[in-house]
Write a protein that binds this ligand. Structure first.
Ligand code: HEC
Length: 120
């Protein structure tokens, strides 16, 4: 009996990996959500952090800072990202970002109030 070539070709195509997709996928590194991105918040600095603080490194640097970090520490850190590190931050956005970082990751965290929406 003559083999059904069309059918076999269809199977071969279905099994063949698409170039650049199947082979590349295992190399992707997915960081856990809580360290890779910024903790959601209703504070205006949250969106500013997402826009301004993800271009060079993930939120992991932020989430590994001591939870006792003061507003002055975050202020100095954000300003350091701008200069000398070169983050394209607008000066008028810095206080909101500092406010968000201090209340979400630093010394002004209010457990159960401003972070109520954040699941740990
Ligand atoms: C232009 C690139 C760039 C941008 C944008 C940037 N950072 Fe950084 N960040 C760096 C570099 C470089 C380091 C130092 C990395 C190292 O020491 O290995 C760093 C380190 C840090 C650290 C670790 C503590 C420290 O003082 O080194 C924190 C926290 C941090 N960044 C927060 C932020 C926040 C918040 C933003 C947004 C306001 C931001 N970064 C945006 C480049 C950037």
């Amino acid at each position: 009996m003559k083999p059904h070539y069309t059918f076999m070709l269809a199977i071969a195509c279905a099994l063949a990996p698409a170039p650049g997709s199947t082979y590349a996928r295992p190399l992707e590194i997915k960081l856990p959500q809580e360290t890779a991105s910024y903790k959601p918040s209703t504070l205006p600095g949250y969106h500013l952090a997402l826009q301004n603080c993800m271009t060079c490194h993930s939120a992991q640097y932020v989430s590994t800072q001591p939870s006792t970090s003061t507003r002055a520490y975050w202020d100095a850190t954000v300003k350091k990202m701008k200069k000398p590190f070169g983050a394209p931050l607008k000066d008028e956005d810095i206080p909101a970002i500092v406010d968000y970082l201090t209340k979400t990751y630093g010394a002004e965290q209010a457990q159960g109030t401003s972070n109520a929406a954040v699941t740990k």
